[in-house]
Design a protein around this ligand. Structure first.
Ligand code: AMP
Length: 362
């Protein structure tokens, strides 16, 4: 176990979005300074951090400056170039470890890793040509979701096949950009849940209660806690998250998304090696939020409790929905969080709110 970083130390954050903003706020509360690396000036994170290095995530000069000025470096999105993280790690601690980026950036690597540690996922086939897709559609009886292996999020870069004959594969590989793809079997899940879990620098583990997630147009709409899955399923989801954390020798917070099947069994959909949108509720319903938990872990402090004091529903404010903020502020038991983004473009996450209610059983 590394010695805890003393207050006044500096934490570097790669990525300047709302997740970086909330990490910087949590770090400040624990007495740390933050430096954000992000190409876009005046980004949401930089508005609340001590300093921004305006530069690309793989800019060698910017990375050297970040390494020189920080005591530890973390990140707020999973598409940080692995090479950049590895170069940084030669001179400064990078947490979570760069291997977590490597595993989570490619859906094929990710599923192979998950299956390798005994966790179930949707069936999948690598697709590198129309012929692969045709064969995979045959295997999955015409029903599946085709996804880009890399750089997909919020349902982007995906195509659904229903009752598709193998002939329908013709021309698809090129139409999807000619990049490596994966066909996943279509899972008829009962609901989607996620678990936010953390591993401290000494190996301690903790997990928040699962949230039930509802998506709209591929973007998270609400996260509801308790998720209504029962104690057995909740415990299994937490155990799966712990297995992932341990296998990656991880330090920090991770988000793990699951499909819950009708018989209560779980398939892992994907992992995010960072704080997660479906964990925003923790800032309102727990003493220690996912953001503070992450800062504690990467700074070598003890983890805090992941228990919750309230039931809650978190809802994202997307695009123009941010105009609801003034009205929502009238509700006395509602935590509102806006991200400081000037322009409310369609599909852009502008803020979120969490409505609290009395604590009930999971
Ligand atoms: P993803 O970008 O992989 O998280 O997918 C976005 C959303 O698409 C998920 O939250 C699910 O609602 C749905 N989805 C993704 N993969 C599958 C699958 N294999 N079967 C059924 N639905 C899926």
């Amino acid at each position: 176990m590394t010695a805890p970083l003393p207050a006044g130390s500096t934490i570097g954050i790669i990525g300047g979005g709302q997740l970086g903003r909330m990490l910087a706020m949590a770090a400040a509360r624990l007495g740390y300074r933050t430096i954000v690396l992000e190409p876009q000036a005046d980004c949401p994170a930089a508005q609340v951090a001590n300093h921004q290095i305006v530069g690309a995530y793989d800019d060698a000069v910017a990375l050297r400056e970040l390494a020189r000025r920080c005591d530890v470096v973390t990140y707020e999105f999973e598409n940080v170039p692995v090479n950049a993280a590895q170069v940084l790690a030669e001179t400064v601690a990078v947490l979570p470890p760069p291997r977590a980026l490597d595993v989570s950036q490619d859906r094929l690597t990710e599923k192979t890793f998950l299956n390798g540690i005994g966790l179930r996922t949707a069936d999948f086939r690598a697709v590198e040509a129309d012929e692969d897709l045709g064969a995979a559609l045959r295997d999955f009886k015409g029903l599946g979701i085709l996804k880009t292996r890399r750089m997909g999020y919020d349902g982007k870069g995906q195509r659904v096949f229903r009752n598709a004959s193998p002939d329908e594969a013709s021309g698809v590989f090129k139409a999807m950009g000619g990049v490596p793809l994966i066909l996943e079997s279509f899972v008829s899940f009962e609901r989607e849940i996620s678990v936010i879990a953390a591993r401290g620098s000494g190996g301690a583990l903790c997990a928040y209660d699962p949230a039930e997630n509802v998506h709209r147009d591929g973007i998270l709409h609400t996260s509801t806690v308790p998720a209504g899955v029962g104690l057995g399923v909740a415990a299994a989801a937490k155990q799966a998250a712990f297995a992932i954390l341990q296998a990656l020798d991880y330090v920090g917070v991770i988000g793990v998304e699951f499909f819950v099947l009708a018989d209560g069994s779980l398939l892992v959909n994907e992992i995010a090696p960072r704080v997660h949108n479906s964990g925003h509720w923790t800032e309102a319903a727990c003493t220690i939020s996912q953001f503070e938990q992450h800062v504690r872990a990467v700074a070598g402090l003890p983890l805090g409790l992941a228990a919750r004091h309230s039931d809650c529903v978190m809802e994202n404010l997307i695009g123009d929905e941010v105009q609801r903020a003034a009205q929502l502020a009238h509700e006395p038991n509602l935590m509102l969080h806006l991200y400081g983004k000037a322009e409310a473009r369609p599909g852009r996450k502008m803020g979120h709110f969490t409505r609290l209610g009395p604590l009930t059983e999971a």
